[in-house]
Write a protein that binds this ligand. Structure first.
Ligand code: NAD
Length: 308
């Protein structure tokens, strides 16, 4: 079997899903971008007399994601022309359309149950041979594939992009025990040749390679900062511009990643470790408080920094 990606679907139009869709559009691959239907209207929408049945609102998450891509600084993540390769829809009305794509990329919240629920729906409609991958930051690929059809499991693997997907080159590819070697080979080649990534195969261990090291390092940095009274500015400078990096590797990165997503990723490792190692993966209370306040970073315009 030879594989080809003529059309892809991205499910989840948040920080990563919209970025991955834009990256695909930029290399000429048409994309179907789906998200859930919002379960409530904003006050403004209610005042206008709109209902959830309104088509525009039903596709609101995906539509808003595309608008944001054009406003990204310092440069839009895709041109308007390239974005025309992205069709939007929602998971209630458009799930059947997944049968027409060659690659389905799941990019929804970092939660095993949510992802498994979605795979059940995908398994029921996808065409045989369609490749399905997850952008999970570190949930077990094996656990996500459990209960799915043989054909699904053979065509399922992790493809972990980094944020922002247009600029960061790394792509971790994580097979499960049943992944067909031909599918793995295809994805490695496609990742390098078409997506332009530096590809590494990672074992299916909690948080794979980059996030296992990265989450650990970040949480140790936060603890040291609190213990020694360093300021956010000091830490960001010495992990960023002062040592020649274009941006900080600490708080600005957390704002870009999203504090809620970082919390889920830290929990992946916390749940699978014990003793002294596990303690490192516990979120500091100040960060839990920020998340409770809805200060999730760039996506809510308030994190460690305000996004203007
Ligand atoms: P996000 O919070 O920005 O977006 C998540 C999207 O999932 C939202 O658009 C939401 O509407 C949708 N969603 C929520 N519940 C859903 C459901 N039941 N069914 C379908 N869609 C649902 O999150 P994100 O940062 O884009 O992360 C998405 C995935 O990518 C996660 O697995 C995360 O771990 C991974 N990831 C994130 C980053 C990062 O830097 N943020 C980097 C690499 C990988």
């Amino acid at each position: 079997m030879t594989y080809q990606i003529k059309k892809a679907a991205v499910i989840g139009s948040g920080v990563m899903g919209s970025g991955i869709a834009a990256h695909l559009a930029n290399i000429g691959i048409p994309v179907l971008l789906l998200d859930i239907v919002p379960n409530k209207l904003t006050e403004e929408e209610e005042a206008k007399g709109l209902t959830l049945e309104d088509t525009k609102i039903r596709n609101k998450f995906a539509a808003t994601a595309l608008e944001k891509l054009l406003k990204q600084k310092p440069a839009p993540l895709a041109t308007k022309k390239n974005l025309s390769l992205i069709e939007i829809g929602n998971l209630e009305d458009d799930v059947d359309r997944l049968k027409d794509v060659d690659w389905i990329i799941e990019v929804v919240v970092e939660n095993l149950d949510v992802k498994k629920g979605l795979y059940e729906k995908i398994d029921a409609v996808r065409s045989p041979q369609t490749i399905v991958t997850s952008n999970t930051s570190g949930i077990s690929i094996e656990a996500m594939a459990e209960g799915r059809s043989e054909d699904f499991q053979k065509h399922f693997l992790g493809t972990h992009f980094f944020n922002p997907p247009r600029y960061l080159k790394l792509l971790e590819v994580i097979p499960n025990k049943k992944t067909d070697p031909a599918v793995l080979d295809f994805m490695l080649q496609f990742g390098e040749d078409k997506l332009g990534k530096g590809v590494v195969i990672a074992k299916d261990t909690p948080n794979f390679i980059a996030n296992r090291i990265g989450t650990y390092g970040l949480l140790i940095t936060l603890r040291e900062m609190e213990k020694r009274g360093y300021s956010i500015g000091e830490v960001d400078s010495v992990t960023g511009t002062l040592i020649g990096r274009p941006k900080s590797a600490t708080f600005r990165t957390l704002d870009v990643v999203g504090l809620d997503t970082f919390m889920h990723v830290a929990k992946n490792a916390f749940d699978k470790t014990e003793g002294e190692e596990q303690k490192v993966f516990e979120l500091p209370p100040f960060m839990k408080k920020m998340i409770d306040n809805g200060w999730l970073g760039a996506k809510t315009k308030q994190g460690f920094y305000l996004k203007k």
